[in-house]
Design a protein around this ligand. Structure first.
Ligand SMILES: [Zn+2]
Ligand SMILES: [Zn+2]
Length: 276
């Protein structure tokens, strides 16, 4: 039992460090790197005029704000099961002995967060938070914008990185990130360019990761099931996809997908206050 508590504490600290790195170092660092180092190169390579330059600056800023905004709101939105039930006329079933409250339908206790989460989807390792009823909208839009941002930046990174090499040397540089032995068949010295190649390779890997996770969660959302139900192969809620969309993005979903700071109240259905 003591060992279990220690493990939970280690996991908790490790997750917080990872989340801190993602939020305060990796995401802003990625944006600053592209704005200060990649952007001037691209203006030269593409002979970009002012209009096109301004368009790209605004587009990348829009994506960056959406990534950060959705990430912060996913982290800060309260997802706990309230002490007072959502709908007092409803009967509740499962009881959480840790939180000493009755759990509404689809709500579960999270051992890492230490609380009961409303319509719990899953515990996100990277955010060190549970994704549930109130922040699933931000989580899905975070994944959407991070995927768009990665595809967009990787496309331009290709021109940025490849312009530094002859075509043969570029292939060698791409390969030696994974296998340093490849360096022996190239006379090119290893330098800062190889770091950019490493970023490029990582970008490609992250694109596959982000789009796969996004696809998994969008599919679940459209089917009206949580990640937990997906694992347990529970298909109790065969509601229409447009109703399921409203249950995540709220009544003003068309604004919610464009801007994280728009309020979009969830439908006042009793769906998630009933017992299972
Ligand atoms: Zn609980
Ligand atoms: Zn959790």
């Amino acid at each position: 039992m003591k060992q279990n508590k220690k493990l939970l504490l280690c996991r908790y600290i490790f997750e917080k460090v990872m989340a801190f790195g993602l939020i305060f170092l990796l995401t802003p660092g990625y944006y600053i790197f592209h704005m200060t180092i990649v952007r001037p190169y691209l203006i030269k390579i593409f002979k970009m005029g002012t209009a096109m330059h301004v368009f790209h600056v605004f587009l990348s800023l829009f994506i960056f704000i959406n990534v950060c905004g959705n990430m912060f709101l996913a982290l800060l939105t309260d997802n706990r099961v309230p002490r007072m039930s959502l709908c007092q006329n409803e009967k509740f079933g499962r009881y959480c002995v840790c939180c000493k409250l009755e759990q509404p339908r689809k709500s579960f206790h999270c051992e890492t967060c230490g609380v009961c989460i409303l319509r719990r989807d899953h515990h996100c390792f990277f955010f060190s938070r549970c994704i549930g009823l109130n922040n699933q909208r931000y989580y899905i839009m975070y994944l959407t914008y991070i995927s768009i941002g990665l595809i967009y930046s990787t496309y331009y990174d290709y021109f940025f990185v490849s312009s530094m090499y002859d075509s043969y040397d570029f292939i060698i540089a791409l390969l030696r990130v994974f296998n340093p032995l490849v360096s022996f068949i190239s006379t090119e010295p290893v330098g800062i360019r190889d770091l950019y190649v490493l970023f490029f390779d990582l970008n490609v890997i992250f694109i596959f990761w982000a789009t796969t996770v996004l696809w998994f969660h969008v599919k679940n959302m459209m089917m009206g099931i949580t990640a937990y139900e997906h694992k347990k192969i529970i298909r109790s809620d065969m509601t229409k996809w447009n109703e399921n969309l409203l249950n995540v993005f709220g009544k003003r979903w068309y604004w919610a997908v464009l801007w994280p700071f728009v309020e979009s109240p969830l439908p006042r259905s009793n769906n998630f206050s009933r017992i299972d």
